[in-house]
Ligand binder design. Structure first.
Ligand SMILES: Nc1ncnc2c1ncn2[C@@H]1O[C@H](COP(=O)(O)OP(=O)(O)O)[C@@H](O)[C@H]1O
Ligand SMILES: [Mg+2]
Length: 303
């Protein structure tokens, strides 16, 4: 076995006729932050449930800290925050996390420390029914932290959080990873991650279609930059004829340009002199990159 904390080799899972996962191989090293991305139904939750040992792969192997999923050693190493977790509204935050601590055989002080780490110490004695969505997700993180897991599985932990709570949440994840715990979290949106992970793995219909650092995916996708050229009134046709590109709003022209040709295009634009009043260059967004990998319309799928 490798020294990866999580090692998945060619894991497949079928539910009757549904092929939920198709020969997925992936590993996570200690302290690494890996994002698992995919549309609804791509297989993210199924992969987490396999890692936890709740279900068994139809074929392939999975090792958690060198042990089979669901074994005592694996269960000690892994913590899980399920999608749409619900807490007993009548219990306080502290009671909730202490309950989990008891289930895991961890000390009560461990629960209090976890609450402190996620910034809930002040609210710990309030009922969870009074918590905001962001506080509930931090409580979920505290629950997962109890027992000092080496690997945390977080299933869509930031879905439904406002941008500030989300940033806050990723700040905590950074701290947790810096302390050596690997974090493997899922999301259905790359822009939601705010480039906060070391690696991005993308599932499409159960198959892993990408697994690399975001910068590498950006380069691999080689998406064009978008140049928007604003023209003098009534000059939009002339500019669009000379540059190519599509007319937008009757007063600008939009060009898609491969990154290496950017400078040549800018030279052509500035050669138009006073016909052009302004321009903007925008890089492909995280959503564009995600769409590139996660949608079906690539040539290999048409065959
Ligand atoms: N217990 C199950 N029985 C039958 N089909 C399932 C079961 N769990 C998941 N699936 C199917 O497997 C696919 C992947 O689901 P899931 O892992 O929940 O995706 P995601 O979490 O990415 O939204 C879907 O087509 C889903 O309907
Ligand atoms: Mg899911």
């Amino acid at each position: 076995m490798s020294d990866a904390l999580l090692d998945i080799r060619e894991a497949s899972k079928r539910f009757g006729k549904v092929r939920a996962l198709d020969r997925v191989s992936l590993s996570v090293a200690p302290g690494e932050r890996v994002a698992l991305l995919g549309h609804n139904g791509a297989g993210k939750t199924t992969l987490f449930r396999l890692i936890l040992g709740f279900i068994r792969p139809t074929s392939g192997q999975i090792a958690v800290a060198g042990s089979p999923p669901g074994s005592n050693a694996a269960r000690l190493a892994v913590a899980y925050l399920p999608e749409n977790v619900a807490f007993q509204k009548a219990l306080t935050g502290r009671e909730t996390v202490r309950l989990y601590a008891r289930l895991k055989g961890a000390a009560r002080t461990d629960a209090d420390r976890a609450l402190e780490r996620v910034g809930l110490a002040d609210a710990a004695d309030r009922r969870t029914g009074t918590y905001s969505k962001g506080m509930r997700q931090r409580l979920g993180l505290a629950q997962a932290l109890v027992g000092s897991p080496r690997l945390m599985l977080l299933d869509e932990p930031t879905t439904g959080l406002d941008p500030l709570s989300r940033r806050n949440f990723y700040g905590l994840i950074d701290e947790i990873a810096a302390s050596g715990t690997a974090v493997f979290l899922s999301s259905h949106s790359l822009s939601e991650l705010e480039a906060k992970t070391d690696r991005v793995a993308i599932l499409r219909n159960g198959a892993l279609v990408a697994d690399a650092a975001l910068s590498k995916l950006q380069a691999e996708a080689a998406l064009p930059v978008r140049i928007c050229v604003k023209t003098e009134p009534n000059k939009v046709n002339e500019v669009s004829e000379r540059l190519g590109g599509a007319r937008v709003n009757g007063q600008s022209v939009e060009l898609l340009c491969p990154a290496p040709e950017k400078m040549a295009r800018l030279a052509a634009i500035s050669a138009l002199g006073p016909l052009v009043t302004d321009f903007d260059v925008s890089q492909p967004s995280l959503d564009d990159i995600y769409r590139h990998f996660s949608t079906q319309d690539k040539a290999e799928d048409r065959s």
